[in-house]
Design a protein around this ligand. Structure first.
Ligand SMILES: Cc1cc2nc3c(=O)[nH]c(=O)nc-3n(C[C@H](O)[C@H](O)[C@H](O)COP(=O)(O)O)c2cc1C
Length: 206
């Protein structure tokens, strides 16, 4: 099967977005914890976390279109602009349904933690909630952002301030055991996978 751009554009909206959302392959599923001026702990599932570099340790997130008005815009972006701290929390396979529920558009003042049945966890030095049930998590501080004009999305760049990992999940070489931690992988916006280790290869040389 081959789909050209014009054929893709002719597909009905839902099949088109479902296909395009899955086409880059497996993605990470992460819960983004934030808290803005209203003091309500906010949680939202994001598939767009990407590592940008390790020195300094930078991660980016892409948020969906914003309308320029911080009062009506998405809570995660609004909160990060009001308070630069945020957390990224892996989704364990036992918490997939709760994590997915955080994608619902709850109104201002309602915490997704309560709605999804997840527990906020607070740590000194970071003014954003972690997810207690999450096996692997990190604290970050907003550094900068880029406006992607083609679809009016925003790439947020954050610097890692701390990592919280299960005991024994990292070996001396820094390898992280994601399968042991129970972290899931994601396709599109609705399909979650358990992962299975295949192999680890050495540094490729010419
Ligand atoms: C699996 C999945 C992945 C998602 N990934 C993103 C993402 O990377 N960026 C984004 O802006 N929204 C993403 N969403 C949508 C948000 O979760 C949703 O808009 C949520 O209501 C945002 O919450 P907020 O208003 O508290 O920020 C995703 C939804 C699902 C179900």
């Amino acid at each position: 099967m081959i789909l050209t751009l014009s054929e893709l554009e002719k597909l009905p909206r839902i099949p088109r977005l479902t296909l395009v959302n899955a086409i880059t392959g497996f993605k990470s599923a992460n819960l983004i914890g934030t808290m803005g001026d209203d003091g309500v702990p906010n949680l939202a599932i994001f598939s767009s976390a990407v590592h940008l570099g390790s020195a300094p340790p930078l991660i980016s997130l892409v948020t969906r279109p914003v309308d320029g008005d911080l009062k009506t815009t998405r809570h995660t972006y609004k909160n990060i602009r009001q308070n630069p701290h945020f957390t990224i929390n892996h989704v364990h396979h036992s918490m997939v349904a709760a994590a997915h529920q955080t994608s619902a558009s709850y109104p201002d003042g309602v915490s997704e933690f309560e709605m999804a049945g997840l527990t906020p966890e607070w740590r000194e030095g970071i003014n954003a909630p972690y997810v207690a049930e999450s096996p692997i998590k990190m604290g970050l501080k907003y550094i900068e952002e880029y406006h992607i004009k083609a679809n009016n999305t925003i790439m947020i760049v954050g610097q890692i301030t701390e990592l919280i990992l299960p005991d024994g999940s990292v070996d001396e070489q820094g390898n992280l055991d994601l399968q042991g931690a129970g972290t899931v992988a994601l396709s599109g916006l609705d399909t979650y996978y358990k992962v299975e280790f295949l192999q680890r290869l050495g540094y490729a040389r010419v």
